[in-house]
Design a protein around this ligand. Sequence first.
Ligand code: HEM
Length: 216
Amino acid sequence: MAYYLVSALIGIIITTYEVLRVTSSAKLYGTVLYLEKVFIGGYVSIAFFILIMFAGAINPKWVITKKLLSIRAELAIIASIFIMPHSIIYLIRFIVLKLPKAFKTGVIPKLYIAYISIGIIAFFIMIPLFITSFKKVRRKIKGIQWARLQRFAYIFYFLVYIHILLVLLNGKYIEWLKLSSYTTIFGIYVVFKLIKYKNNKQAKLDYTKRVDKVKM
Ligand code: HEM
């Protein structure tokens, strides 16, 4: 609870600063400004989401996996809280500033519209995942329903990757190091997930064979 409250407080401070920055001459400097940029840019949140993703993809027997899995729901809640200022501020900026300008000038920046739309969809997919990460809510949901809902996490990760990819492709110049880092991380995740899926399928097959043998 303390971690959630601290995360929410950070989120509120960042959102308030971003509003003040646009509406008045409020300006941060130095390390504090740097930290604020790291949060509002979505970087802290994506770092948390990457941990959550890999917790479900790497070998469950490893100590690190066990540790990550034991706090996976808590990490998901904190990651979701941290992405709120990013999503809310950029969405408002898009609706209030960018969209009217685009209509006025007739210039519709396609890549920008695409990554904003994908970000919005990802954000709305994240909300039920966020709410159901709270133990009190989770207890009220049936196992099958929970498993079905969790599948949306894969769509969320995919959309987040596309969102980031388009953000980077939309820059004045392409930051290849960033682009290749994100692509490597998400790519390794997909490979690990496929290996895990294959292993689980094989284990199930072996189990069915053993049961059939016993029955005979
Ligand atoms: C309403 C939803 C969203 C909107 C409107 C939105 C908008 C934006 C915008 C405008 C940028 C570019 C920022 C800049 O140029 O400084 C950006 C970058 C980014 N967004 Fe989102 N976003 C949304 C949701 C998300 C979600 C759910 C995530 C998931 C974690 C996310 C992760 C990121 C990251 C990591 C970057 C930085 C990419 C980079 O430069 O390395 N966004 N987003």
